[in-house]
Design a protein around this ligand. Sequence first.
Ligand code: NAD
Length: 355
Amino acid sequence: MNTLSVNLGHRSYDVLIGAGCLARVNDDISDASSFMLFDSNVAQYADGVYAEHRMPFDASEQTKTMLSIEQICQTMRASGIDRSSTMIAMGGGVTGDVGGFAAASYMRGIKCIQIPTTLLAMVDASVGGKTGVNMKSESGSLYKNMIGAFWQPSLVVADVTTLKTLDARQLRCGVAECIKHALLGNDGLKALLQEHRDSILACDESTLIQLVTQSASVKKDVVEEDEREQGNRALLNLGHTFAHAIEPIEELDLYHGEAVAIGLCAAASLSEALGLIDPSRASDVRGMVSAFDLPTSLPIPQPLDVLLERMQSDKKHMGAKNRFIVLNDAGAEIAEDVSEALISLAWTSVGATRS
Ligand SMILES: NC(=O)c1ccc[n+]([C@@H]2O[C@H](COP(=O)([O-])OP(=O)(O)OC[C@H]3O[C@@H](n4cnc5c(N)ncnc54)[C@H](O)[C@@H]3O)[C@@H](O)[C@H]2O)c1
């Protein structure tokens, strides 16, 4: 089993990564009452962890809401959960974000243990303390992660054997976030992805342990440097400005990791257009993405003006400035005030159409 220690002063914690290590959680909760929120699709793993109280959760972006938080808190209250208790959130990123936010809010905050069961949650969502839910807009669409809190877990246990039941498409989505982490400047992770593609997709345990360890370690380093995203933590959003514009378009039917994969390709084109990387690096990015059968362009072409408009409104509701995370020779950097012409070029490189 590998251990990563996330060093954040009195909020420090370990991330344990192994095969068959779920029961390790029991060492941490033996004395306190515990409440487990578990994704209904991973009920078989929930039984392996001791919890005094359990609540199944139908995880989706639609149930990632304040209504669920209220229901969870009501169930915790009825179960007698108090400030000395521990929340255990087991599932993918949705369950981790919801369980983490319930833990951050209930009685002004109780301890939280994260047990991620998707590759995406192991390498990304479970580490770093971002928790939260979506909010419905007046038109009924979702503002992603609009309400939330930074609430670091006290422990993260990633057991890669749970990935064996994960849908292959969901596994590839997790790989998209690993590619993002590799592009931030981790050559060892890049080599692992390039040399061990087949073992990763076949869920070979020791390869997955290495992949999760190296990828989560990139996130750990960034979080340690900038816990509250006031600076370089924004680099973790590489590809996401583009991804957020296309992920909600229903006809595209894209999972988050697939939208990120297309976003990484668009960010690579933008970086090339800005003269920050040479064309071979941009094509390298597309090569890494397509090697895992992730999309490098929009499955159905979309009008450029619609995508630019979606990007603008996303920035507006997030209160963000007109800035992009772009690649450079060392990894990535923040580019401010990028011209619309260059953004358009990046979009057309992934299949947007000019009218
Ligand atoms: N907090 C953060 O820093 C952070 C970072 C990245 C993403 N996120 C959030 O994470 C969410 C996406 O996470 P996700 O991709 O894990 O999605 P998810 O939680 O929806 O899980 C994907 C699907 O896999 C199922 N599943 C989970 N584990 C399984 C297993 N072991 N076997 C079989 N099925 C399993 C789930 O029930 C779900 O249907 C988004 O809401 C995103 O906003 C948060």
